[in-house]
Ligand binder design. Structure first.
Ligand code: UDP
Ligand code: MG
Length: 304
């Protein structure tokens, strides 16, 4: 059986149309399937529409969360409840085209890979969004020395082994595409052109996207904390010259002129220390979240 995991938040405009096209694509493959739709606390009629659809199509399973927990917890819920031999993860806004699902299934079966990820060859998105997403991928790729695969998102298919491995992660600040690259296994790729969302506004707001990017960088690279060290060393080197200058001025009787270097030193080290404190604070916050180990999500209803 194939499971399709789909997180949805306020997608009333297109969820039914999406499911219809997905079901059509899946039926063509002749495979047995279940669609696990995770309703991430929608406040519009999305859940009613899903329940309606579920009444006519028993292959649709709905996991309705108790509130909006965010994309990553919603995906995790979907992965927790999916029972198939193969698991497909995709968005509900047609940016991951339903017509591509049969190709993913075919590719994982014919290549014997454990994971097949869809790589965005091109993107059709608003200019600014595209720019910062591309910037993120560039930086993330550099910082992880190519261990993370650039331009991959949620859209992928996993076999049982890879699925099991992904379920073992308990971290709160999670970035599932990163986890998928981290676990290894045999990983194949399909290139595709990512279209724009068909209807409505993006549900991953800018704030959510930036905090996801931060989670990805903090949990998969050591660079923020290492940057502190490097900046600190740079500061020490710079100001060892300043010390020589200050002492020299003092002994040459030019001391009063030194007030500017004093002022510079104080403000430089002051801001450096504040930056470090802030960065260390980020880590402490993340450690705190992990230690708290709160549940990632709560399920209110299951329609199965
Ligand atoms: N989504 C969700 N919870 C959230 C935000 C988004 O379940 O808090 C769903 C959304 O309904 C969509 C998918 O996640 O099916 C991707 O969201 P969106 O298209 O807004 O993000 P993009 O990746 O295109 O920026
Ligand atoms: Mg989208």
């Amino acid at each position: 059986m194939i499971s399709i995991v789909i997180p949805v938040l306020n997608e009333e405009q297109l969820v039914v149309r999406f499911l219809k096209e997905l079901f059509q694509a899946l039926k063509q493959t002749g495979e047995r399937f279940e669609v696990v739709c995770v309703d991430d606390g929608s406040t519009d009629t999305t859940l009613e529409k899903l329940v309606d659809f579920h009444k006519k199509h028993t292959e649709l399973k709905i996991i309705s969360l108790s509130r909006n927990f965010g994309l990553q917890p919603a995906l995790t819920a979907g992965l927790d409840y999916a029972r198939g031999e193969y698991i497909v993860i995709m968005d509900a806004d047609f940016q991951d085209p339903p017509q591509m699902v049969p190709f993913l299934i075919d590719k994982i079966k014919t290549t014997g890979a454990d994971i097949v990820s869809a790589v965005r060859k091109t993107r059709n998105e608003k200019f600014i969004k595209k720019a910062y997403i591309n910037l993120f991928h560039k930086i993330f790729d550099q910082l992880t020395s190519g261990q993370q695969i650039a331009q991959t998102g949620n859209f992928c298919i996993l076999n049982k082994k890879a699925h099991k491995a992904m379920l073992q992660f308990s971290e709160r600040g999670r970035y599932l595409p990163g986890i998928r690259n981290f676990i290894g296994f045999r990983h194949e790729f399909i290139m595709y052109d990512r279209p724009d969302r068909l209807e409505g506004e993006a549900k991953m707001t800018r704030v959510k996207l930036f905090s996801l990017a931060a989670d990805a960088i903090y949990s998969f690279t050591k660079w923020p904390i290492r940057l502190c060290l490097y900046l600190g060393i740079l500061g020490v080197i710079t100001f060892s010259f300043a010390i020589v200058y200050t002492l020299a001025s003092k002994f040459l009787g030019l001391a009063p002129i030194g007030w500017s270097s004093l002022f510079l030193a104080i403000s430089f080290f002051g801001s450096l220390q504040l930056t470090f404190l802030g960065l260390i604070g980020e880590y402490i916050y993340r450690i705190f979240k992990e230690v708290q180990a709160r549940p990632l999500y709560f399920v209110r209803d299951i329609y199965d």
